[in-house]
Design a protein around this ligand. Structure first.
Ligand code: PLP
Length: 365
């Protein structure tokens, strides 16, 4: 038998494989650190881990979750002053993003593909989700300083455009778009096109021009803001994220979302974490301090890292990207090379950051 009669959809040939961050290799005498997936080096806050233990040891694990997630949506609504009808909770913000794309972009009844405009390089999951939904991604290169090229994104709009994605701060390059810049952009986008603002790292932003992009959701009827508990809250494994968008945008997503998108254990942890935002922000403050230290050191070494407002830095190393990642690996640090463009390094534990700076110092010589 050389081939199976069962074959995958042809579109799969057009899908890149998601490369998740690898764990660091063990090196004798060195504590290994993973700086490859933008995870929080700090554990979730105690209220969240307590909630996990309570939920996991109660009798609810053998039951399906209550999937209106009303309690968490109510807290999100109270925290950010939005009606709960405008909040959709799902399996991480990636799960919610997938539902948004499946709801608003795909292959038209005429067989033509809808278009979703994305910055590139950006979050590598975007093209996979978009192409799987039967739509086309239209990649608009980010500028040399890692910022979105918003003019080029506007020029990329066609009559097939259904969604435009803004990733701010942009993963993996780091810069943020201020709310005023995004506002001026959306004013120029036809209102039948959904603008998705992926704010996965917004808690790490210290730029005065950014709160949380929710003002834009209030001002425009075609905006969805994505948030996650995976990064600042340190709950990546539990898969909880949400969108805030007008009810008319949220309601149709129910049709495509899985019946039980995320677990009660995760939702209870998210609830506890969001109830104690001061503690969560104190953790982000430690990461931000380290981000500044690492960025300054790399800048002084001549790496030209773009300004970053997230929990990672981008080194535009071009052809040397893989060599730099290998040098990190030899010191038990896993980082994420996007050869031949650059390397993304997540901010980690202080010792991990120290070692990264040392590797970068040696590599620069
Ligand atoms: C990490 C990340 C997410 C978060 O994904 P979850 O599914 O919530 O874990 C979303 N968007 C971007 C750009 C990210 O980097």
């Amino acid at each position: 038998m050389d081939s199976s009669a069962v074959y995958p959809r042809p579109v799969l040939k057009k899908l890149p494989l998601y490369q998740s961050g690898k764990p660091p290799a063990a090196i004798e005498g060195l504590t290994p650190y993973k700086l490859a997936s933008n995870e929080n080096p700090y554990a979730p806050i105690k209220a969240a881990t307590d909630a996990i233990v309570t939920a996991a040891t109660s009798e609810l694990v053998q039951r399906y979750p209550e999937t209106t997630y009303t309690q968490l949506r109510t807290l999100i609504g109270e925290t950010y002053h939005v009606p709960i009808e405008d909040v959709v909770v799902g399996a991480g913000s990636l799960g919610v993003f997938t539902a948004l794309v499946q709801t608003y972009a795909g292959t038209g009844e005429d067989g033509a593909l809808d278009e979703v405009i994305i910055p590139w390089r950006s979050f590598e999951a975007y093209p996979i989700v978009i192409r799987s939904a039967g739509a086309n991604d239209v990649m608009v290169p980010v500028q040399d300083n890692g910022e979105h090229d918003l003019e080029a994104m506007l020029e990329a709009i066609t009559d097939r455009t259904r969604i435009i994605v803004l990733c701010t701060p942009n993963n993996p390059t780091g810069p943020v778009l201020t709310e005023q810049v995004v506002r001026e952009f959306i004013e120029r986008v036809p209102e039948h096109i959904l603008v998705v603002i992926d704010g996965a790292y917004v808690e790490f932003v210290r730029n005065d021009g950014v709160v949380n992009y929710l003002e834009l959701y209030r001002e425009f009827s075609n905006v969805a803001v994505l948030r996650t508990f995976s990064k600042a809250h340190g709950l990546a494994n539990l898969r909880v994220g949400y969108a805030v968008a007008p009810e008319q945008i949220c309601a149709p997503m129910r049709t495509v979302m899985s019946a039980f998108p995320t677990s009660t254990v995760g939702v209870e942890a998210a609830y506890a974490s969001l109830s104690n935002m001061d503690e969560v922000m104190a953790n982000t403050e430690k990461v931000v301090g380290e981000r500044r230290r690492v960025w300054r050191a790399l800048d002084a070494l001549g790496y030209n890292p773009p300004a970053t407002e997230a929990n990672f830095v981008w080194l535009p190393l071009g052809e040397k990207s893989q060599a730099f990642a290998d040098a990190c690996g030899a010191q038990a640090l896993s980082v994420r090379a996007f050869a031949p463009e650059g390397v993304r390094v997540s901010i980690g534990e202080v010792e991990a950051n120290d070692r990264l700076i040392q590797v970068a110092t040696d590599f620069a010589e």
